[in-house]
Each structure stands twice: as structure tokens, then as C-alpha cells.
Ligand binder design. Structure first.
Ligand code: AMP
Length: 279
């Protein structure tokens, strides 16, 4: 696997591949790779001749400096995993290479009024500035994102549509542990007992989904979820929302949207986790 830290050698490598008519898939990540990331790599390998993974823990998308410092970083292990997975190239720039000025601020209106947008002010501005830069550097044919960060996917899709980026987007299903917990780099920060507790996120989504399908109200399932989290020390529910998966607007009843999605964010002690499930 080729490893690039600087932009120009990466561009030269990719230009060469493009001239030979090879298609390029991009998988943007923040590293501490797990089987969820590897399923994005697999999807890209299926569709493209060249797969490039980027690893960059993007400081400007963290609204909490402690979360940024504590974010797991395992570059050597990640390189081994990507090599084994047959990834063609890794772009792992230093902060100075990806630095952005403070002037450009992007906002997405209603798309970021709820959920991650409202609980993590400035988060999507940071995400979009780094993803747009990666698109310009790599110029991929297709870029791969996980359903686990559904709001992020909808926002990046809007960026691509509104600014006419010449890239296709592909969304990959969430990979889970056997007990249902969505894989996340942040899971690596959990102790054994916290790890056991963390299953409450996917369990709550599953139960809420079943209840909504059986006719319960959205207000009702939110109340049950609050009670469930309050009953366990160390857990704190930030939100459970049922939104229209296209425009991310919160729903009062599931009939209001063709494809509702349930989204959850919660703390297991200091570790903040998110998950979602389509109705
Ligand atoms: P991250 O490194 O957390 O920024 O994630 C990089 C990409 O991997 C994002 O598009 C995520 O949505 C995706 N991803 C993270 N966790 C999973 C998972 N459990 N299954 C599938 N994709 C995931």
C-alpha cells in the first residue's frame, strides 16, 4: 500500500492512475479502524480499481477539546489493517497539511438544526470543510460513507448537489457487534462494564422501532427511552429523535414521512456514542 502524507505526491499518483483509465474510490475516516470502516473499503474495492483511504482526526469538527484529545489513534495498526484489506493507498496528512482558514463558514440550515447539528455546534462546518478538501485533493469517482452517521451523509450529499462536485456518493450499512452495538472507534475507550452498558443504544432503537410499528406514539417511545437511561448510573441520553430521513426534520408521527429514521445519541460515562435505524 502506498502511504502519502503530502498532497502533491498523492495528486501525482492519482493523476497517473486516472490517465490509465482507472476509477478511484475514496473512504474518508478518522482512523482507529474497525470492521465498519473495512466494509466501506470492501464496497470501494468492489466498484473501483483504486481505493484510497484517508485518516485524519480533524480538529475543527470536535466541539469538545477533551473528546479530540481522547480520540483513539492507532496509525501503525490501521496501516496493517488497510494493507491486509487490499487498500491501494492511504492519505494520512499532518494537521498543517489540512489546515483551513477561519473565514469560510458553511451552514446547512434546517439540516443541522436537529441532532448532531444542535448538540455539537460547529461540527458539520468542520466535517464539510475537510470532506470538500479531500474531494478536491483526491477527485474520486465515488466516495463511501457509513449509514451510522446518517445526518453527516445527508449534509455531504447536499454539499455535492448544491456545489456540483463531480463525485458519486455511496452509503454503506452499519456494521454491528453480535449484541447489536454499532462499531465505533469510540467503543475502544469503553471499559468492559461500560461496553456492556453501551448496548442500550441499539436496544433502545430496536425496541422503539418495534413499538412505533405496533402503533405507539413518538412522544411515548421518547418517554420510555428517557426512563430507561435514567434508571442506569453512568448513562445519559442526549437525544432520541424520529426524523424524516430525507430532510432530517423531526416528526410528530411516523405517517408524516415516507422513510422515517430513528436516531440516538448518548453518553456512556464520558464516551459519546450515536446510532440510528430506519423504521
Ligand atoms: P469515522 O472514522 O468515525 O469518522 O468514520 C469514517 C466513516 O466510516 C464514516 O463514513 C462512518 O459513517 C463510517 N462508519 C463508522 N462506523 C461504522 C460502522 N459501524 N459501520 C459502517 N460504517 C461505519
Amino acid at each position: 500500500m502506498h502511504i502519502f502524507k503530502e498532497i502533491e505526491p498523492l495528486r501525482a499518483f492519482l493523476d497517473e492512475k486516472r490517465k490509465s483509465g482507472l476509477s478511484i474510490g475514496l473512504v474518508p475516516t478518522m482512523g482507529a479502524l474497525h470492521a465498519g470502516h473495512l466494509s466501506l473499503i470492501e464496497a470501494s474495492k468492489r466498484d473501483n480499481s483504486i481505493t484510497i483511504c484517508s485518516i485524519f482526526v480533524n480538529p475543527i469538527q470536535f466541539n469538545n477539546p477533551k473528546d479530540f484529545q481522547a480520540y483513539p489513534r492507532f496509525l501503525e495498526k490501521d496501516i496493517a489493517l488497510l494493507t491486509q484489506a487490499g487498500c491501494s493507498a492511504l492519505f494520512c496528512p499532518e494537521d498543517y497539511t489540512m489546515q483551513t482558514g477561519a473565514y469560510l463558514q458553511v451552514s446547512f440550515g434546517d439540516l443541522e438544526k436537529s441532532m448532531e447539528g444542535s448538540f455539537r455546534p460547529g461540527h458539520f462546518n468542520g466535517v464539510v470543510k475537510v470532506v470538500a478538501k479531500l474531494f478536491h485533493i483526491v477527485e474520486p469517482d465515488t466516495a463511501y460513507f457509513g449509514q451510522k452517521d446518517w445526518q453527516q451523509f445527508v449534509i455531504i450529499r447536499t454539499l455535492v448537489e448544491e456545489l456540483k462536485f463531480n463525485v458519486k456518493l455511496s452509503v454503506v450499512e452499519t456494521v454491528r457487534e453480535a449484541d447489536g452495538l454499532a462499531l465505533s472507534s469510540r467503543n475502544q475507550r469503553l471499559t468492559d462494564s461500560q461496553r456492556k452498558q453501551a448496548v442500550v443504544l441499539s436496544a433502545t432503537l430496536n425496541e422503539s422501532r418495534q413499538k412505533l410499528l405496533a402503533g405507539d406514539s413518538i412522544a411515548g417511545i421518547k418517554g420510555l427511552a428517557r426512563n430507561k437511561f435514567e434508571a442506569q448510573a453512568g448513562l445519559a441520553l442526549e437525544y432520541l429523535e424520529v426524523v424524516n430521513s430525507e430532510n432530517l426534520l423531526p416528526l410528530k408521527s411516523v405517517e408524516e414521512a415516507d422513510r422515517p429514521i430513528l436516531c440516538i445519541a448518548a453518553f456512556v460515562d464520558e464516551v459519546r456514542l450515536i446510532d440510528n435505524m430506519f423504521l
